[in-house]
Design a protein around this ligand. Sequence first.
Ligand code: URA
Length: 428
Amino acid sequence: MSTFSAVDVIRTKRDGGVLTDEQIDWVVDAYTRGLVADEQMSALAMAIFLRGMTAAETARWTRAMIDSGERLSWPAGRPTVDKHSTGGVGDKITLPLAPLVAACGAAVPQLSGRGLGHTGGTLDKLESIPGWRASLSSAEIGAQLASIGAVVCAPTSGLAPADRKLYALRDVTATVECVPLIASSIMSKKIAEGAGALVLDVKVGSGAFMPDLAAARELARALVSIGDEHGLRTTALLTDMSTPLGRAVGNAVEVAESVDVLQGGGPADVVELTVALAREMLTLAGVSADPAAVLASGQAYETWQAMISAQGGDPFAPLPTPRHLEPAVRAPRSGVVARLDARAVGVAAWRLGAGRARKEDPVQSAAGVLCLAKPGEPVSAGDPLFELRTDTPDAVAGALAALEGAVDVADSVPDRPPLIIETIHGNR
Ligand code: URA
C-alpha cells in the first residue's frame, strides 16, 4: 500500500507548502499510471498555478516526468544539439536551421510538435511537402542522424508520457500559463530526447505565448536553470515576436520561404535569427564553423534536400497552392509601415485554415497569409498589405476581422526592439 495520498499532496500545495521529492515522484508516477485521477491532478495543477513551485521542486517535477518514459540516446560521432522555440507567428526557423547546423558538423535530433491556436507547428508545415512523413522510430531517427545529421519528426510515443497526459489536462483547466509547469513540460521532453545541448528561443511580444518581457525572462531563466540541474548545456535567447518572422505565415508558404533562405535569399529577419541560433548551437556543441558562410555555400540546402528525401518527401515537388487567393487590407495612406501586429496575423492565418482549434482538427497546407509590407517598408495609399490564401473562401471574413487595426502606416518608424533582445547562458 502506498504511504502517499493525492489529497495530502494537493493540500500541501494548496496551503503554500513545498512538496518533497518523494511526494513529487509518487504523484507524477501514479498519475501517469492512472492511480491518481484527472480531477485530483487538475486540483494539484491549479494549486501549483496559484502557489508556484521552488526551483528545486520544478527540477524534481521535471525529472519525474522524464522518468515516466524512455530516454533516447544517439549514435556517437557528431555532437548533438537541439533548439526549442516557445512558438511564434511565421516562426519557420527550424526548417532552415536544422539542415544548416547539420551542414556545419553537429547533429540535430529535433522532435517537434503540431500547431494549436494562433502559432503554427513545424510538423504541419513540413507535411505540406508531398510524401513527407513525420513519424519515425527511434532506430530510423538514429540512422538519419548518423547519415545526414538532421531529423525533424514527431516525438516517439514513449517520450515523457506524464507530460502528454498533464498537458492535455492543463489545456482544459486554465493551468497552462504557469512558469514552473511550462518549464518542466518543455524541458522534460527536451532532456528525454537525449541531445547534448539545447538552445531555447523564448519569444516576447504580441504573437508570443508570454507577451511581456519580464514574464518571458522568468520563463527563460526557469528553463536554463532546469538545464543546469540536469547537466544539459543550455542557452536561451529572448527574441522579438511583436511582428511576424518573415513575410509568410502558414504551412506551404513558410516552407517556400525557408527554401528561399536555404538558397541564399529570404527575408533578412529569418536569415538573421537562423544564423544567430546556429551560432549558439554550434558554440554549445563545441563545433567551430561559420554558419553564415555555410548557408551562403549552398551546403545547408543540400542537407535540406537529403533530410526531406530521407523522410519520403520530394524536395522538388511543387507545394500545394490555395483554391482562393485574395489581396486584402489597403494602406490607408502613403508612408512607411510603423507596426504590424504578430498576433493578428497569426489569428488570420489560423482562421483561413492554416491552424487548428482542437488537436484532432486537420489543417490546410495551402492556407496562410503573406505580409506584403513589413515594418520599415514604404507603401502607397491603396496598396494591399496582405495576400490571404485559403481553400475555404468563407473563412476570409474572419481573417479580415482579425486583421482590423493590425497595421499602422506613418511618416516614420518608431524605434523597434532588436530581433535578439537578450541572451541567458547556463552555467556550463
Ligand atoms: N509548450 C509545452 O511543451 N508545454 C507547455 O506547458 C507550454 C508550451
